[in-house]
Design a protein around this ligand. Structure first.
Ligand code: CDP
Length: 203
């Protein structure tokens, strides 16, 4: 059985945590599509042409330990405005979405461009301050040296670029269920997401 769950939203909205929880709950596979853009951004920072990097992306590129850094996040959102980069990543994402056994994809354009026919679509948001605080805790928890102001600036700069690009801008699909996690803990947000998805499943 193929069943696609699209989870989109702005930077550090909690898509990753929710997606992993949803995938574990339903026994589905999970693809963090942001990692694809981060891997391309990482290769651009090493001097490669981003279009060539996207076309030649290898599975091991996704395993690099430094993909979660703020520098790589910024590079990811810069390569993500390039139409040829996005085009090179489409087939892989769509094939994953239709894998047997169900799929959760999280990103920016899953419900709008990659999987407009996804059976369930969520758009996860939170205030910029809450998102920056959560990302700050995550990064410092991993030993990275950052300030809260830097993280907030990174989140806001990426949101701005992601929402205003001409190719696949960040926006909710018309039929997405909106979940604002600003005041929800992880378990509550996960419960809301699971209930919204179950409502789309065949009885
Ligand atoms: O984890 P976080 O929300 O901070 O970012 P991410 O999901 O890893 O995405 C990093 C960057 O990749 C975003 O700022 C977007 O510019 C880009 N991206 C995209 O354009 N389309 C996607 N489907 C996923 C990510």
């Amino acid at each position: 059985m193929a069943f696609t769950i699209a989870i989109d939203g702005p930077a550090a909205a909690g898509k990753g945590t929710l997606s992993k929880g949803v995938a574990a709950h339903f026994g589905f596979g999970h693809l963090d599509t942001g990692l694809l853009y981060r891997a391309v951004g990482r290769r651009m920072l090493s001097g490669e042409d981003p279009i060539e990097a996207a076309r030649g992306l290898m599975p091991e590129d996704l395993d690099r330990p430094d993909l979660r850094s703020p520098d790589v996040a910024q590079a990811a959102s810069k390569v993500a405005v390039i139409g040829e980069v996005r085009a090179a990543l489409v087939d892989f994402q769509r094939a994953f979405a239709r894998r047997a056994g169900g799929a959760v994809l999280d990103g920016r354009d899953i419900g709008t461009v990659i999987c407009p026919d996804a059976e369930a679509k969520l758009f996860v948001t939170a205030s910029a301050e809450v998102r920056a605080e959560r990302r700050y805790m995550e990064l410092t928890g991993k030993g990275q040296i950052v300030t809260l102001d830097q993280v907030l600036a990174d989140v806001q700069a990426r949101d701005e670029r992601d929402m205003n690009r001409s190719e696949a801008p960040l926006k909710p699909a018309g039929d997405a269920v909106m979940i604002d996690t600003s005041k929800l803990d992880i378990d509550t947000a996960l419960g809301v997401a699971i209930a919204a998805i179950e409502a789309k499943m065949p009885a």
